[in-house]
Design a protein around this ligand. Structure first.
Ligand code: NAP
Length: 220
């Protein structure tokens, strides 16, 4: 068996007081405060890769880059690599993560070798989905030591469920979004009982402008 090497994985997201990541129409909406956005920029600047699911790219079309004032002044301090988890290569050619402003890897289970501009297509499928364990191993081989997972709910659940995350940081904004169809911090199939749940240890809380930051270690 190949030794399992993986980068340190930090999950970060922002949710409403009722745990929603977006509206019931799955539209992105302002949950974070300015202070929290500064925190996220600094967090992004401290990692080697930022990873999201294809659901997030299709819903929000994020850039996933770091504003220049947050990029370290150290030598070669550039943007982290952007990674999209996209089993069936649904990513639109015009997606902002394909804008060439930073390196992008599209991890897929698809066998099609459709080129995506400058993006690297990384085949690491298992039963039609991206095998996250394999993906982490591949990123590690590329020198990536710290990964920030920015959502969405389905991908966050997979990382937690598969024991692939080290930390979970949640900014809980002072608002209620409601809606039974709104995405939550962890969607996917879910646990059958507390016994099956992913266990956390709360290591820090910080009251911030517009909400509270919860920082957990993910226990194995
Ligand atoms: N507030 C926040 O911090 C925040 C952050 C990010 C996103 N969001 C919101 O979250 C929503 C999107 O979340 P989402 O749950 O729909 O999508 P998502 O988690 O971004 O992406 C899920 C998709 O990733 C693909 N995937 C491939 N392999 C996977 C694996 N092993 N495990 C899990 N997923 C895998 C699957 O599609 P394929 O099978 O086609 O590959 C799956 O449907 C949007 O409404 C967005 O606005 C909010």
């Amino acid at each position: 068996l190949e030794p399992v090497r993986r980068p340190r994985v930090i999950i970060n997201c922002a949710c409403s007081a009722d745990g929603k990541l977006a509206t019931f129409e799955r539209r992105q909406t302002k949950i974070s405060s300015k202070e929290d956005m500064r925190r996220v920029q600094n967090l992004r600047a401290s990692v080697d890769a930022i990873l999201v699911g294809i659901g997030t790219v299709l819903a929000d079309d994020p850039h996933l880059t770091v504003k220049s004032e947050y990029l370290g002044r150290a030598r070669n301090a550039g943007n982290p690599t952007r990674v999209v988890v996209d089993s069936r290569l649904r990513i639109p050619r015009k997606a902002k993560v394909l804008d060439g402003r930073a390196k992008t890897i599209v991890a897929t289970a698809s066998k099609s070798r459709k080129a995506l501009g400058n993006a690297e297509i990384l085949a690491c499928g298992r039963r039609g989905k991206v095998d996250l364990r394999r993906l982490m191993n591949e990123l590690s081989k590329r020198g990536i030591r710290k990964v920030l997972v920015e959502g969405g709910g389905e991908l966050i659940w997979s990382f937690l469920r598969q024991g692939l995350a080290d930390e979970l940081r949640i900014f809980v904004g002072n608002l209620v979004l409601g809606g039974k169809d709104a995405p939550t911090v962890a969607d996917g199939a879910g646990a059958r009982s507390a016994k099956e749940a992913v266990k956390l240890r709360l290591i820090r809380t910080r009251k911030m402008e517009g909400g509270i930051l919860l920082e957990y270690l993910v226990l194995i």
